[in-house]
Design a protein around this ligand. Structure first.
Ligand code: PMP
Length: 354
């Protein structure tokens, strides 16, 4: 007998980090920014006029695209915006990865990539990282249906130099190379200078990390005019109004406050570098982070135990019980005060477990 369940698309979804609804927690598990967005975003919200909401928003998000163009010096026709970079990436997978050849990405990387491949029926081939967690460009030079590299990579926190990124883009003129730069503002080298040189390059960015707007859901991409037109065609075949009125306005306000952006990013980098040393002094080992998080392993105490013990103390970090990375914790860089609290909880836990 036929059953409607046979007609269901069954997928294993991506599991985001917890968003606990309890108060007074220290939340270092989803790489959010510990600081509020620019005061200019508050001004937008204070002066927002709800009567405007009866109309649809601008399907082209011109105000936001215009501000991105101004800030990054990229022509408006080469900019695509979406509901967080997840939306932009998902749309890009659908648009550009239509081949019988597999899409290539590292085994340890953003764990949404394989989920989109499964959702859209895209073949993929994962390439192991080097033992020190770096990416080997040679692995991405064979025949493929596309390449995706997060730079800096997550959860490893490591950045790849633009020379190596260029090698990968150059070797793949027959497929689209997506560089996911979600964390690039914290110390990575952007592929932006390569944009005019390669028509197969798509750079994806987000407002969720360095611009403190994870809750607003704003992402964007830079590519060739032709590439962006294909992305827009797919978007407009799915949902014309992905960006709501407030996201457009808040995104623009955050972008144009360059001073605030620079200050917050610099503060996070200073905190990151300061507490990397403290954590190392406590017996943690980690690659040098170019992101707003650490990928840290303790010399003697099991990562799973530390994760649970921190949680008992209302401190949330991220742990994956997966081969290769099960000994590691991904810890978002918070404020200095949050990092102090983390370190004192850790020293208590390490003493108990000694
Ligand atoms: N890429 C990477 C590497 C990420 O870690 C994240 C955050 N989970 C994203 C993309 C998506 O971020 P958002 O959708 O908030 O822009």
């Amino acid at each position: 007998m036929s059953d409607w369940r046979e007609k269901v698309k069954k997928v294993v979804p991506y599991i985001p980090g917890e968003q606990p609804q309890i108060k007074n927690i220290i939340k270092l598990n989803t790489n959010e920014n510990p600081y509020p967005p620019s005061p200019k975003v508050f001004e937008v919200l204070e002066s927002a006029d709800a009567s405007a909401f009866r109309k649809y928003p601008d399907p082209d998000s011109k105000e936001l695209v215009g501000a991105l163009s101004e800030v990054y010096g990229v022509d408006e026709k080469r900019i695509f915006v979406g509901v967080g970079s997840d939306d932009v990436l998902g749309m890009a997978f659908q648009t550009f990865f239509n081949s019988d050849l597999p899409v290539l990405f590292p085994d340890i990387t953003y764990s949404f990539y394989d989920v989109w491949c499964d959702l859209y029926g895209i073949k993929y081939d994962i390439k192991p990282l080097n033992p020190d967690f770096t990416i080997n460009p040679e692995d991405y030079k064979g025949e493929n249906g596309g390449v995706v590299i997060a730079n800096p990579n997550a959860p490893t926190s490591l950045a790849m130099g633009i020379d190596k990124i260029e090698e990968i883009i150059k070797a793949n003129s027959d497929s689209v190379v997506i560089i996911d730069e979600a964390y690039v503002d914290f110390g990575g080298e952007s592929a932006l200078p390569l944009l005019d040189k390669y028509e197969n390059l798509l750079i994806v960015r987000t407002f969720s990390k360095s611009r403190s707007l994870a809750g607003m859901r704003i992402g964007f991409a830079f590519g060739s005019e032709e590439m962006i037109s294909y992305l827009n065609a797919v978007k407009n075949s799915y949902n014309s109004y992905t960006m709501n009125m407030l996201s457009i306005k808040c995104g623009k306000a955050a972008l144009l406050d360059r001073e605030y952006f620079k200050n917050t990013v610099e503060t996070i980098i200073a905190t990151r570098d300061k507490y990397a040393e403290v954590l190392k002094g406590m017996g943690f080992e980690m690659p040098k982070s170019s992101s707003n998080f650490y990928f840290a392993k303790h010399k003697t105490v099991d990562a799973g135990i530390i994760f649970e013990e921190l949680k008992k103390r209302n401190i949330f970090v991220r742990h994956w019980n997966k081969p290769v990375i099960k000994d590691y914790l991904r810890i978002t860089v918070g404020t200095d005060k949050e990092m102090e609290a983390l370190c004192s909880a850790l020293s208590e836990i390490l003493k108990e477990q000694a």
